[in-house]
Design a protein around this ligand. Structure first.
Ligand code: FCB
Length: 409
């Protein structure tokens, strides 16, 4: 059976357009034993749905993952390097792990995949968490020192580096922790911890400079979660005020960067009293989020308005948790129509990277990392054997990469 969306005219990719899939270390590698999340996953009061354990064993099987992506037709692969592996104890930098990630960079390049490397994607070393994380004294300098130690990994052949993934989510989690709650926030995001917000922005600016010092040819940015806040009639001001500390502050901090990553999945409606629950009869994905493929278009347009024309945009994450492959294709086709429309309107979108290359350790219902039940992957894997069969959406999306076109418009 071939699954594809209805096809009308197609939009050619602009020159150099990135076409790929994204992952992160903790969500696919397995046995990230020196990280804060590993500790939480094995702490009964934390009420984590299931521990990550071996994940998809991509720490050992990254070559298979890259082989598949390249064979499918993708030209770009976004993955993260894991601070908790590279610096498992404060001040001790593992040469073996640095060499491991350098092999991944070179492995991507030889397969024709441009590596986009994220330096910090949600997990931190346990020792750094014990210090107090990003609001501890000297935390930004410690993060910057780790980034400098990544020079052998990113120094040659890496064109794009992301400093921090979704700082708004990290700050929101810190906000929850202040209130004695824990876990991943729902789509609309609770109020952030402001000290964490400022520390993350400082960390981004400091490490942006550190990466440029490693190699001035690297394009440096960060990747921002966009909740697509939509005002109900009369709630425009409330929405703007709600959005400002949860999203806009991080987008504005990217002004002057080489690019900004746009990450969106769904929307959040805001009424006079704040977020409005998704109606009971709305179509939902396996994370509980409303099915809303247009999200990416709203996210791109809002980001472009705030950063202005001099900061190129890359969709660094977009996708759907579903077990229904036709639904995954329909969602992505809708999202790609939105990207094509943004390009036609002259917005400088430089790429689309689907979330995610593989089924991985994910959000559960609204709140928690993590579970393997929310399947975002273009490629599935067997829990016993780790055999990785690409799903129909992978063939379809990869094929667009080979043809260098967005499907419609
Ligand atoms: C984003 C994260 C990513 C993944 C997707 C579903 O917030 O950056 O790691 O979990 O959501």
């Amino acid at each position: 059976m071939t699954l594809t969306p209805a096809r009308t005219a197609a939009t050619p990719f602009p020159d150099g357009f990135l076409w790929g899939a994204s992952t992160t270390a903790h969500q696919i590698e397995g046995s990230n034993v020196n990280s804060d999340w590993w500790r939480k996953e094995h702490d009964p009061p934390a009420k984590i749905a299931e521990p990550s354990l071996d994940a998809c064993d991509s720490y050992h099987r990254w070559e298979q993952d890259m082989d598949l992506l390249a064979e499918l037709g993708f030209t770009d692969y976004r993955f993260s390097v894991e601070w908790a592996r590279i610096e498992p104890a404060r001040g001790y930098f593992s040469r073996a792990e640095i060499a491991h990630y350098r092999r991944m960079v070179e492995g991507a390049i030889v397969r024709g995949l441009r590596p986009m490397v994220t330096l910090y994607h949600f997990t931190i070393p346990q020792w750094f968490a014990d210090l107090g994380g990003f609001t501890a004294d000297g935390a930004v300098a410690l993060f910057a020192r780790y980034v400098e130690e990544c020079a052998p990994i990113i120094g040659e052949g890496v064109t794009h580096v992301g400093t921090i993934n979704e700082p708004s989510v990290i700050a929101a989690m810190a906000g929850l922790a202040n209130r004695g709650e824990q876990g991943f926030p729902p789509a609309g995001l609770p109020f952030p911890d402001e000290e964490t917000m400022h520390a993350l922005i400082a960390a981004h600016h400091t490490t942006n400079r550190a990466v440029r010092a490693i190699n001035p040819d690297i394009h440096v940015g960060w990747t921002i979660s966009n909740q697509v806040y939509q005002a109900l009639p009369g709630a425009e001001e409330v929405t703007a005020a709600y959005r400002a500390p949860r999203e806009d502050v991080f987008i504005k901090a990217a002004r002057g960067d080489d690019w900004i990553g746009v990450q969106s999945y769904t929307r959040t409606k805001i009424g006079a009293d704040g977020p409005v629950p998704v109606p009971a009869d709305a179509e939902r994905t396996l994370t509980g989020w409303e099915y809303y493929p247009e999200a990416v278009s709203r996210a791109i347009r809002h980001t472009a308005e705030l950063t202005g024309p001099s900061t190129p945009l890359i969709v660094t994450e977009n996708g759907i948790a579903t077990g229904d492959e036709q639904c995954r294709i329909d969602y992505c086709a809708g999202a790609l129509d939105a990207v094509a429309a943004c390009l036609k309107d002259g917005i400088d979108v430089r790429g689309y990277l689907a979330w995610s290359a593989l089924d991985n350790y994910e959000y559960y219902e609204y709140y928690e990392w993590g579970t393997y039940k929310a399947t975002f992957g273009l490629i599935g894997w067997d829990r016993e054997t780790f055999v990785r069969p690409p799903e129909p959406a992978a063939h379809w999306l990869g094929g667009l990469g080979r043809e260098r076109v967005l499907p419609r418009l």
